[in-house]
Design a protein around this ligand. Structure first.
Ligand SMILES: *Cc1c(COP(=O)(O)O)cnc(C)c1O
Ligand SMILES: [Zn+2]
Length: 368
């Protein structure tokens, strides 16, 4: 039986589908020791399930798959530097959130859960709804009113019940927590199984670089589910002796909603919540990151940092990436704007990977 450990007070719990956080209020991590078998990996189809030994699902029959994983790693000349772009919007639902949802909903299925709730600014809701459809699990998604129309339509198309909540994003979270007292909370930010899905980002990059880690990884960061997943994956590889160092992790936020940037700059351990703010980058418009403490720790441990980008920089990067053949959502343009800032400090031999997390197709109404 899986065991969970509190990230705040260290208390250990045996897995219970009704419990989504510690009694002390902190998020839980899964206690997990992976076995990595390179030769097995090579033989399998190119989906994230090729790393099944490192995924916390017991039985293969419980894997819920829509063919996700092994997204391309494409070279790009960007502001005078060679970088590698992980095209993570090439997922069944159009964002990297499928990594987390595939594993989390497979686990829910394995536990015999038949209904879930989730709250999201859009892409996580789409991913959870799609995998619930695949697993024939009832699904209810709470979204703030400001969510892009394309994402709302997509969630509805998977047969999920959509609850649009008026008011702030925090009010959406509050409404969901109420629902979660009776139904399994398939939360991308609270549920630790989600991170064991997003960690496949690290395994794929490692394999695509011929079993090496890059030096630096640039990722968008709101609740940090991709950043913490990447950290977890690279850390597992390091502990298994398969890479030497965990790459430097660079998080990118929008200046108009940058709680992690502010906390990092101030050198604090906790992330004080901000009020609600608006940014084009809706995927990282998170004023109160659930795992803020862990994110800061991962950034500091890897010698990374947080960069903040202005709305004009996001708009410019969006246009520029379109001219390079990548049609992305503004949140991913924020990553590229952050990458541009970072490249001023890149050394010639450094391998830098950035992720394009979301497709542009869902947010056309929001763009200029
Ligand atoms: C969710 C999302 C992010 C940010 O993920 P966090 O877990 O909040 O850090 C980035 N880009 C896109 C496209 C997303 O959907
Ligand atoms: Zn605790």
């Amino acid at each position: 039986m899986d065991q969970l450990r509190c990230t705040g007070c260290g208390r250990i719990y045996t897995l219970d589908p009704r419990m989504w956080r510690c009694a002390c209020g902190s998020p839980l991590d899964l206690q997990f020791k992976p076995v990595i078998i390179k030769d097995q990996i090579r033989k399998r189809p190119p989906t994230l399930w090729r790393y099944r030994e490192v995924l916390p699902i017991e039985e293969e029959e419980h894997f819920l798959s829509l063919g996700e994983g092994m997204t391309p790693l494409v070279p790009l000349e960007y502001h005078g530097c060679s970088v590698l772009i992980k095209v993570d919007y090439l997922y069944p639902t159009g964002s990297y959130k499928d990594r987390g949802a595939a594993v989390l909903i497979s686990k829910a299925k394995e536990m015999g859960v038949d209904a879930v709730v989730e709250d999201s600014s859009g892409n996580a809701g789409c991913a959870i709804a799609a995998y619930c459809a695949r697993g024939k699990i009832a699904c209810e998604i709470f979204v703030p009113e400001s969510t892009s129309k394309g994402k709302l339509e997509q969630i509805r198309s998977y047969g999920a019940t959509l609850r649009r909540v008026e008011g702030t994003r925090e009010m959406t979270a509050e409404a969901t927590r109420k629902a979660a007292s009776a139904t399994y909370y398939a939360s991308h930010c609270w549920n630790p199984y989600f991170l064991h899905g997003t960690k496949t980002f690290a395994y794929e990059v490692w394999e695509q670089l011929r079993w090496r880690a890059p030096d630096t990884v640039v990722l968008p960061v709101g609740h940090g589910t991709l950043l913490l997943g990447a950290y977890l994956g690279f850390k597992e590889l390091k502990e298994a002796g398969l890479i030497q160092t965990v790459p430097r992790l660079i998080g990118v936020q929008a200046v108009s909603c940058a709680p992690l940037y502010q906390a990092f700059e101030r050198g604090t351990e906790e992330v004080p919540p901000l009020g609600d703010t608006e940014t084009l980058a809706e995927g990282i418009a998170i004023s109160n990151p659930v795992r803020g403490r862990q994110i800061l720790q991962a950034l500091r441990e890897t010698g990374g940092l947080v960069l903040a980008v202005r709305e004009e920089e996001i708009g410019d990067a969006l246009k520029e990436m379109g001219r390079n053949g990548f049609f992305i959502e503004p949140t991913s343009a924020a990553t590229m704007a952050g990458l541009k800032q970072y490249l001023l400090h890149k050394t010639p031999k450094e391998t830098v990977v950035a992720s394009l997390t979301g497709t542009g197709l869902k947010s056309v109404g929001k763009m200029v």
